[in-house]
Every structure is written in C-alpha cells, then in structure tokens.
Ligand binder design. Structure first.
Ligand SMILES: [Zn+2]
Length: 437
C-alpha cells in the first residue's frame, strides 16, 4: 500500500457554506478536546455547494487556516474536497488534503466480464463461510453472489482507483487522506457487500482511510434519522467488524474507519453508534454540513431587527422557489408541503417563533421539520443576497457563533463521544413550551 497522510481516530466533518463560521466550529472541537474527546476538525465542501454559493475551494482553506491560527489549534485539521469526481477534482488540488472520491454514479454499471472473472478468481476467500469476529452467524457467500456484487461495484472501485491516481500525480501520495463514498445512491450496501467492495478497493491499491457506505434508513437533510434504529445498529456493528477484518486481510490502513454522511443531525443513531465504537474500539468520521448554515439562520433570527428581517426574506424566496430548490435534493428530503407556513405568516413571527420552528429541538412543540428541511436546502437563496447576507453574519457574529458552537458541541460531539442526553434542556429557550415527555 502506498504512503498516505494519516487521519486521527475521531474526526468531525463540518460544512461552512459562507466561510464565516470556522472559528465557531473549531471552538466546538476545542471544548470536546478539553473534555478528553479529540475530534480532528475537517472542513468539507462539495463541488455542488461551491457552485451554488459561487465560492472557490481556496476560500475553505483560507477560512480553516485563519481559524486554526487565531485560536491556536495545534492539532491536525483537514480540508475535504467532498464528493469529487475526475471532472471536478482539479480546482481542489491546491487547497485540499482530504478527498472524498464519489463513485456512486458508477455503481450498478458493469465492469468488463474479464475483470469480474479475474476479481472473483483472485478472491477465493470471499466464497463460502466467512467467519468474522462479532458476526454471528458467519457470512455465507456463494461464487454467484461475489460475481453479482462485483458486477455492481467493481467498476466503481476501478473509477476510485483512477481518481486516486490522478490526485497522487498532482499532489503526492503522502499529502492527502482518501475517502471513498457510495452514499448517494439508491440502495444501502449490506455488510457482506462492504467486505467485497473493500477487497476491490484494496486491489486498486487505494490507501483508503474512510469509507462512506449508504446505510439503511433515511438520512434526510438536517433532521433526525428515519428508519429502523435496531437494524441500523446491527448493520453498523457488522460494518465495523468487516472493516477490522478487511484491514488485516487486505493490508488496508489501520486507520480505516466508517464515514457517516449524516446529512446532519441524526441524533437517534448517535447513542447506538457510540456503543458500537466503544465495543470495537473503533474510530469514526462523522460528516455534517448544513447544520451550521441553519445555525447561522437561527442566530440571525435570534438577533432580531435586520437579522430577523433577512431570514424572513430568505424564507419568502425559498417558498416561492420550493419546486426548483427541492430538485437536486429529492432523495434526501421529506418535506410536507402542507406544513410549510406561508411567507405572510412567517413575516409576522417574532424572533422566538422563528427560532422555535427552526431549531432542531424535537421536544419543542413548535419545531417544524418541513420548515427546517426547506431552509436547509435554501442556502443558494442566501448566496443571492450577496454582501447583505455576509454583512448580517458579521454584524451579528456573537449570537450566530454561539449557536454554531453550541449546536456542534452539545447536540453532536457530546452524544457521540461522551454519551450525553440527545437534546440537552439548556438549549431550548426557557420561554419555549416543551411537549411533556
Ligand atoms: Zn455524502
């Protein structure tokens, strides 16, 4: 296996769409570190996000470097070129040291018949009964099944190999971290499929350190997990077992771990994840993004005055363009249109009403997941406001930053590593009536 830039055991992916919250985000990592839980900060931004905002990958790097310098962070940190492909990777090369190679588009497209046969012949260990510690009963995989999985995923692994080599040429193997993502596809990958996929990735000599499968259940943007938590827990445990096994079997980096592209805020699976990570003494990369942009809106709404005014304007534009905004996110949102308040209604809201509807506090009776999801996918609308939006962020930095830090630390990092209650009371405003438990 070639050289690679090592990634720490626990790492936390954060999206900063307008490059104004890096410091507030880093403060959450600092607070977690003070409690003995080191999360390596990773700032991630996809090509799609850059395109919608009209930003360049250099801005993500500049914001990350500035935050690290100003807060004196002396531990590792990274900048993730999120969901890149061969066509989109180049502009990230000077600025990113973490590459999420997205092969979802190649899944299901068959590799050449000869390649499939070579793969199956090369891996007799994948056929039959495979005993993996902590997986009971053992996997029983037929040759036909290995062929089926190879037909579905081998081309994707080969594509990942091509993109990886492209980055190596441009950057040098020792200078970056490689993730392979398969989450943006239709069906989840089962743990036996993950094993076969890792064998194919190892054949490509990719020193993969994080792998993002699609897990069972729905990972809608900005709202909690929807699905069978027990089934998720079972598969998450089995995935961890498969990874530990594949690391040894195929000589993959010992730092290889799961990357959970959470779509933000999957609170109900944090506790099962925490238990499983502890059991396997495994690390994890948790990727969030839009949760921070929503905290910007919450902070601005809380600030009142022109802050509240601009978030109301953003909502009014979002509701007008709802169809168009939903298109790119159709598979990762469940917005109940009937639950979306009209622009005129929202226009009359107080700070508190806006914040209560938006803040991800499931105990609050006014929390509105449809409202939250629509705003999650509406950052493009804020980008269209240009300097007015950025100036509002600067003017109300204190209240925005407080919300950004508190959200990442209290709702995400604490439950993941320290096992605290999933929605800490202190976050809900005292004036907010909560639903009785
Ligand atoms: Zn993803």
């Amino acid at each position: 296996m070639s050289q690679f830039l090592p990634l720490g055991k626990f790492s936390f992916g954060m999206g900063d769409r307008f490059a104004h919250q890096s410091k507030a985000q880093l403060r959450a990592c600092i607070r977690a570190t003070e409690l003995g839980a080191l999360f390596v900060p990773v700032w991630n931004k996809s090509n799609r996000e850059h395109t919608f905002v009209g930003s360049d990958p250099s801005s993500t790097r500049a914001a990350a470097d500035a935050a690290v310098r100003e807060l004196g962070w002396n531990k590792p940190y990274h900048v993730d070129a999120d969901h890149i492909r061969l066509e989109t990777v180049d502009r990230f090369i000077p600025h990113s040291d973490f590459y999420t190679i997205d092969v979802a588009d190649s899944i299901g497209k068959p590799a050449s018949a000869a390649d499939v046969e070579t793969f199956v012949d090369r891996h007799p260990e994948l056929v039959g009964t495979i005993s993996i510690p902590h997986i009971d009963p053992p996997f029983a995989i037929t040759r036909a099944e290995v062929e089926r999985v190879a037909n579905k995923f081998l081309l994707a692994a080969q594509d990942a190999g091509k993109i990886y080599q492209h980055i190596v040429k441009a950057k040098g193997a020792a200078n970056f971290i490689t993730e392979v993502s398969m989450d943006e596809t239709d069906s989840p990958q089962t743990p036996p499929e993950l094993l076969i996929i890792l064998a194919a990735i190892a054949n490509q000599k990719i020193p993969i350190q994080t792998v993002a499968p699609k897990f069972t259940g729905r990972f809608n943007k900005g709202v909690d997990y929807v699905g069978d938590v027990k089934q998720f827990e079972k598969e998450f445990n089995e995935d961890l077992a498969v990874i530990a096994f594949a690391v040894k079997k195929y000589g993959l980096p010992a730092s290889l771990k799961l990357s959970v592209h959470s779509g933000s805020d999957k609170f109900s699976i944090y506790e099962p994840m925490r238990r499983a990570l502890k059991k396997f003494d495994a690390g994890v990369h948790i990727k969030t993004a839009g949760t921070t942009w929503l905290e910007e809106l919450i902070g601005l709404a809380e600030a009142g005055g022109d802050g509240l005014e601009i978030v109301k304007e953003i909502y009014a534009s979002a509701i007008e363009q709802v169809d168009e905004l939903c298109v790119p996110y159709a598979t990762v949102i469940d917005i109940d249109r009937a639950k979306l308040p009209g622009a005129a209604v929202v226009n009359d809201w107080s700070s508190h009403q806006f914040v209560s509807a938006l803040r991800h506090d499931q105990k609050c009776k006014d929390y509105n997941p449809s409202f939250r999801q629509l705003l999650h996918i509406s950052f493009k609308v804020a980008a269209q406001k240009g300097d007015r939006y950025l100036n509002a962020l600067k003017k109300h930095e204190a209240v925005v930053a407080k919300n950004v830090t508190e959200n990442l630390f209290e709702r995400h990092m604490k439950p993941l590593l320290l096992g605290q209650a999933k929605t800490p009371q202190a976050i809900c405003s005292p004036r907010c009536e909560t639903v009785p438990a």
